[in-house]
Design a protein around this ligand. Sequence first.
Ligand code: PA5
Length: 445
Amino acid sequence: MIQVNLTNMQAFAEEGFQTRLASELRTAHEHLQHHDGVGSDFTGWVELPANYDREEFARIQKAAAKIQSDSQALVVIGIGGSYLGARGVIECLCSANYNLKKKNTPNIYFTGNGLSSDQLSEVAQLLEGQDFSINVISKSGTTTEPAVAFRFFRKLLEDKYGKEEAAKRIYATTDRARGALKSLADQAGYETFVVPDDVGGRFSVLTAVGLLPIAVAGVDIQALMDGAKSMMETCSVADAAANPAWQYAAARFALYQAGKKIEILAAYEPNFRFMCEWWKQLYGESEGKDGKGLFPASVEFTADLHSMGQYIQQGERHLFETVVRLGKSKTCNIVPFDEVNGDGLNFLAGKDMDFIRQQAMDGTLLAHVAGGVPNIIVSTDGCDAFELGQLIYFFEYSCGLSGYLLQVNPFDQPGVEAYKKNMFALLGKPGYEELRQELLSKLQG
Ligand code: PA5
């Protein structure tokens, strides 16, 4: 179960903030539960863990089994919400070194998440001599980065297997009916999976968007969904004492109101790094609008205590930390005794790495709080698929509540369009001629 510990943030927020925010929280909660708040067209994720499409879920499992049996690699093409969740879950549950590990599941290469020519070449090189499949993911079906990458890898696949065979190795996750990718998939006969209309990209990890690549990596996606469902039930309770999402949303909003502008998500587990990236998109894109919103940042402890630790301890006091504690490690490593004790470490001999890490966590917490950094702890019992499903839903629900507390539409992202328009104009896309002239004259000074 997820627990939120607010002991070390209370002193930094207005006294009695929970009581003061109770009615706003209740309103936000009711908007999510009844789908009648701002942006409610995109709140399909709220009940998704209970009412997801079972027939499609079975097809995802079948497709994953096929890919596992006929491919040594899966190329996953997508960006933003069509990328980060799958990578976060795979790295967290299977390791950031997943591709390097001995295993009987395919390597997974993520691409289409930028515009790097070298990255494309590198993935193409890694695929040499390998049987592979492609999962192209784009809700709109028109996003430039994945669309360009798909052209490259589709050609590679078709050159290797011929058009007809290649089509059997391409899986498209996109809108049910619209968009260039959907048309292309229908014409070519690719198997398609749906990004539901009422689920936005950053809330889509528990749809086919995340589930297909995650299943190919060998993760128990049923356990992931079951965990999310159990947290959905917990989060549906309109009671601050019983609802961890209410506690987290209220605390971070109270800190924002008290002048903290940056939330740093910290975890003491390197494999959690891409879950932090997923979390940053979830909160950054949902809250950062109308001139408002906490800036979501992340650190990996203890590594970043040796780089960012100085700033956190003594830099500008406009930040707070949310530390994710993932319970006991899966393995146990005991520090060996050394007779010579040249490194002076025998005081740790016989101690488990988890014990040492725990002391680092506690020491860091006390130091940062003393240095003026409020601290929220989000803890899980452990980190298996069920528990990660719980954590994902917890962060999603808290995010919906947080957006409503902030009085923004948590489910749109109008600001993302600005760079796209300029990029299209500069690339000479038809329809952008006027903007192109304006931008070129600005660039020329
Ligand atoms: O959350 C979002 O809506 C975005 O991050 C999108 O997921 C991202 O831009 C990719 O969009 P699409 O899936 O349409 O290619």
